[in-house]
Ligand binder design. Structure first.
Ligand SMILES: *Cc1c(COP(=O)(O)O)cnc(C)c1O
Length: 379
């Protein structure tokens, strides 16, 4: 089955009990058991629920993994993956990961005795130098948020395997439509399905896929033990969202390319960050590991223009956090998503006060460009 067909038919796509063409919402906590001491397929919905199982098998198949798991949020999914490790274990983390992941690491996991070193994962030598005797994993995002930095998943996974480390990739920005980290040698993929996979800003969910069965058993055990599962209603909504991933991603990318061309031609715009830029560092890796460029783009207004006036004069593009939905969203990382990073570190990392991040939706491209043009004129 090709990827676009899998979106509709992979995993469990119909109800096995009735033939309904959509898996229903099995709104139940428990299941009648036929015999005492038997081993029923379902016994309690934290452990297993048919609606959740349908979306778990779907993401498993989309990422070409051995097992998939659905959680109440991306953060819950990431937390559960980190509980694979024990006090004293060391993990190498990309220096440009999602703010909530940074917070989870620094204010929760370090307190529980996990050790972390943050490294620019574009730099293989730096990653190699960070490996210690107690290192157990490399955790990264690519492309990163908001500067679209690209790391070489295959090269990192090779380095990880040579050192007996797991490679864990947060694939939220690219989605399996564009990039499949397990095919490139990674061991675990995590998602905030609240973004492109759900795709409509109407749901918070997280997903994990493991490359092999053994890791799948471990994550399954932890999912049940910790209990941060996705409920049946949101599992259903997520499966419904995922079905249109291919058509949405095509439209996101088309619009983002149009906006990229417009911004490039306008001399009021400074740096632009989008993976389709052949002059950007990492473009060779993009060509190798990504099947497209996605719908996230960041750019800077030149000095002298007002970011505040620009943002407040957008009428179609909505000022909001989050990303990956059908409607276009804009945010200013320095004030919003990355506001908790100390200014000195933030500026050093390239996230300037003039940087604007767009999550380009699937509206008509010319309407989006007109909105940007109008706001620029007033900035
Ligand atoms: C949003 C996001 C998360 C966190 O997911 P939630 O569903 O909001 O908990 C993790 N990683 C990335 C890259 C994200 O964008």
């Amino acid at each position: 089955m090709k990827f676009n067909t899998k979106l509709i038919h992979a995993g469990i796509s119909q109800d096995q009990a009735t033939g309904a063409v959509n898996v229903p919402i099995y709104q139940t906590s428990t299941y009648a058991q036929q015999e005492l001491g038997g081993s029923p397929r379902y016994e309690y919905s934290r452990t297993g629920n048919p609606t959740r199982e349908a979306v778990e098998k779907l993401i498993r198949d989309l990422e070409n993994g051995a097992a998939g798991f659905a959680f109440a949020s991306g953060s819950a999914a990431i937390h559960t993956v980190f509980t694979l490790f024990s006090t004293g274990d060391h993990i190498i983390v990309g220096n440009d990961v999602y703010g909530g992941t940074f917070r989870l690491i620094n204010s929760v996991l370090k307190r529980l005795g996990l050790e972390f070193t943050t490294v620019d994962t574009r730099d293989l030598a730096a990653v190699k130098a960070a490996v210690k005797v107690n290192t157990k994993a490399i955790y990264l995002e690519t492309p990163t948020n908001p500067l679209m930095r690209i790391s070489d998943i295959a090269a990192l996974a090779k380095l990880a395997h040579e050192n007996e480390l797991l490679t864990i990739v947060d694939n939220t920005f690219a989605t399996p439509y564009i990039q499949r980290p397990l095919d490139l040698g990674a061991d675990i993929v995590v998602h905030s399905a609240s973004k492109y996979l759900g795709g409509h800003s109407d749901l918070v969910a997280g997903l994990v896929v493991t490359k092999n069965e053994q890791l799948g058993e471990k994550i399954g055990y932890l999912q049940n033990a910790i209990g941060g599962i996705l409920g049946p209603q949101d599992s259903w909504l997520l499966q419904r969202g995922i079905k249109t991933l291919a058509v949405r991603m095509k439209a996101h990318e088309h619009n983002t390319q149009e906006i990229f061309s417009f911004l490039r031609s306008d001399d009021r715009i400074g740096k632009i960050y989008y993976p389709s830029d052949p002059e950007a560092p990492g473009y060779e890796i993009v060509k190798r590991q990504m099947n497209g460029f996605g719908g996230m783009l960041s750019f800077e207004l030149k000095q002298g223009l007002s970011v505040k006036k620009f943002i407040e004069n957008l009428s179609l593009i909505t000022l909001a956090e989050s990303l990956g939905s059908v409607e276009s969203l804009v945010e200013v990382p320095a004030i919003m998503t990355h506001g908790s990073i100390p200014e000195e570190i933030r500026l050093k990392n390239g996230i300037t006060n003039e940087l604007i991040r767009l999550s380009v939706g699937i509206e008509e491209a010319s309407d989006l460009v007109a909105d940007l043009k109008n706001a620029l004129a007033k900035a």
